[in-house]
Ligand binder design. Sequence first.
Ligand SMILES: *[C@@H]1O[C@H](CO)[C@@H](O)[C@H](O)[C@H]1NC(C)=O
Ligand SMILES: *[C@@H]1O[C@H](CO)[C@@H](O)[C@H](O)[C@H]1NC(C)=O
Ligand SMILES: *[C@@H]1O[C@H](CO)[C@@H](O)[C@H](O)[C@H]1NC(C)=O
Ligand SMILES: *[C@@H]1O[C@H](CO)[C@@H](O)[C@H](O)[C@H]1NC(C)=O
Ligand SMILES: *[C@@H]1O[C@H](CO)[C@@H](O)[C@H](O)[C@H]1NC(C)=O
Length: 412
Amino acid sequence: MITFTLSAILIIASISLPFTKSEPYEDKEALLDFIRNIHHSRSLNWDTNFPVCFLWTGVTCNSDNTRVVALRLPGMGLRGSIPSNTLSRLSSLQILSLRSNGISGDFPQDFSNLRNLTSLYLQSNKFTGSLPSDFSVWNSLTVLDLSGNRFNGSIPPSISSLNHLTSLNLSNNSLTGEIPDINIPSLQQINLTNNHLTGILPNSLMRYPSSAFSGNELSSQIAIPPATSAETPIPQPARKPRGKLTEPAILGIVLGGCVVSFAAIALLMICSYSRGKNDGGLPTTKTRLKKKKKKDIGGGDGKSNKLVFFEGCRLAFDLEDLLRASAEVLGKGSYGTTYKAALEDATTTVVVKRLKEVGVGKKEFEGQMEVVGGIKHENVCPLRAYYYSKDEKLMVYDFYDRGSVSVLLHGM
Ligand SMILES: *[C@@H]1O[C@H](CO)[C@@H](O)[C@H](O)[C@H]1NC(C)=O
Ligand SMILES: *[C@@H]1O[C@H](CO)[C@@H](O)[C@H](O)[C@H]1NC(C)=O
Ligand SMILES: *[C@@H]1O[C@H](CO)[C@@H](O)[C@H](O)[C@H]1NC(C)=O
Ligand SMILES: *[C@@H]1O[C@H](CO)[C@@H](O)[C@H](O)[C@H]1NC(C)=O
Ligand SMILES: *[C@@H]1O[C@H](CO)[C@@H](O)[C@H](O)[C@H]1NC(C)=O
């Protein structure tokens, strides 16, 4: 018994003696205030008698043990809100991970004191309320993961002041409003999926895969820059197919490819008139339209080159006409280039979307075009025809002259 006590004393002494001098005393107090005021279901060895820098679970100090620089408490069963004026006193903190707990309440306002934060992991908790409005206070931040919470409100534009940020994850929250222009050259990864974001994707974010924005209510994945007046012929195909056309991408193309004009209101009326007849049933019209369904026009090199028209459209031209048309670039998006093409017959103007890097096979492409062509919605420009060959994929829409559909929808 005596030997045991003696050795215990020796062990404690040998552990604590060399370190007690250089304890970050105030940081230790802050940590104790934190843990005493939040529910945690897993026990922590945060004993006042133990040296904080050497024995406390999840705590890392700087090299001279004068400050706590990292706190990692993932999956500790923390519940309730973060008590104010506790962690915020760890002013040298660089890494804070409280991920995968059950922490609720608002984003702690006093975290604005943690000016040296480089990584903040608060994902998979139950935080509510809005994101902090001024992100500029954390200008060393490189990783910000707030995914899997219940944050609502909009994404503050100040997030773009984080000019060292490399990874931003706000997925699986309840964020609303438009995505601000987040133009951060260092940003490598962004994930805004599964929120309720609306509006158009800003140009600055188009370099990221569209999957980073899925699960929202964005009106377009592709915004069309203002039309240029430069007249260029549609260049001949050259690209190797690559990448994959996802369904949101196709919807994006449909919406993005839509350009609205007065001229085509007439066209639309013609189209809906004939569609109406089709529904109502003048037998003569019906047969004629039926014959017209999926009229295939050979483009010169056998079965692979076909311009496929959808039912109920009066457009009549072939691929040759289309390629000879004088084309004007309306916009370049991540899925390809959009042209306004005026056919030589001088009465027909269409919008042609030339898709690039589409790695899908003919069958799959056709299937997806049938889905897109089947969409009948007042805000979605109907797809009139498409074209598939190994090197070239085109989508043909009616031409409208009043900016993009999203402009009409959002009155900008
Ligand atoms: C924050 O980091 C800077 C640069 O590394 C350092 O000079 C400063 O002392 C740190 N601030 C705190 C409160 O530790
Ligand atoms: C966010 O949610 C809170 C409830 O958690 C609610 O009071 C607040 O109005 C919501 N804010 C927005 C902008 O929806
Ligand atoms: C974002 O967070 C989700 C869920 O926490 C995770 O599955 C995903 O890998 C993260 N994405 C990035 C780019 O960090
Ligand atoms: C994100 O949300 C989606 C849909 O709500 C859900 O299926 C998925 O499991 C969530 N992912 C994470 C990592 O929480
Ligand atoms: C984004 O996060 C979701 C879950 O929140 C995940 O399923 C998805 O793979 C992530 N996407 C990217 C591009 O990281």
